[in-house]
Ligand binder design. Sequence first.
Ligand code: AMP
Ligand code: MG
Length: 274
Amino acid sequence: MADHDRGRVARWRVRPGHPPLLARRRPDDLTGAPGDRAATEGATARQIEELASWQDRLWAEGRRSLLVVLQGVDAAGKDGTIKHVFRGVNPQGVRVASFKEPTPLELAHDFLWRVHRLVPAAGEIGIFNRSHYEDVLVVRVHELVPEAVWRARFDDIVAFERILGHGGTSVVKLMLHISFEEQGARLGDRLARPDKQWKLQSSDVAERPRWEAYMAAYEEALARTGTEESPWYVVPGDRKWFRNWVVGEILLHTLAAMDPRYPTRPRPDVPAGP
Ligand code: AMP
Ligand code: MG
């Protein structure tokens, strides 16, 4: 991996053990873009091809996997990121899991029970649309469990992700960072546009007054759970075209560091000759 690549994604990376300082990061920042919107979209199209080629190697290698955790407030762009950035990958090798309010059965278990069974298998890329982080975010903001309970989860999450790493799963975590104003505009759009109304949930509007509480929860969660092996990135999310490109950069960086290889010999169960 070239040094400039490392440098490029370092801008959005949260240094392990450090707070992300969300209030100082501009959601409309475009620093690093390869050009204007059209040029950036062109670059994203190339990223998507490169992503497909890495995925092909990961699948062929069949030993390791990548888990991409997408977090962000309502309308931050989690669905849009999946739709755009992963449009070129082979569906056979991708697994998307969306985490909603826990069912009674899920609530009757520890918070990782529903999560662990949906992590990617060897060869796969897994995408979490929300994740176990909701258990230290919405759960904290709404005081769904006592503080001592959600606070203990920071260490549990670090341990869980370490277990995944030992099992061959690299974990990369992306917070899609939008401004309060941009969220307002997007929710307004959902209300106004017939093709978007289906997306609007009453909770989207109900959560807006809790913006500061969510930001405080994100600030601490990212500070407490980012590690060298499973880093957090804060992606400027106000411009969707820039967000897609940044996510592409981070994924390509991560896959290049994993460096999956095509097996050089046939699998052991293939007969030696005709
Ligand atoms: P959406 O992502 O728009 O489909 O909404 C899913 C909803 O489920 C969001 O309001 C989340 O906050 C909520 N949710 C996800 N995980 C949890 C959890 N562990 N506890 C409570 N609510 C959750
Ligand atoms: Mg929603």
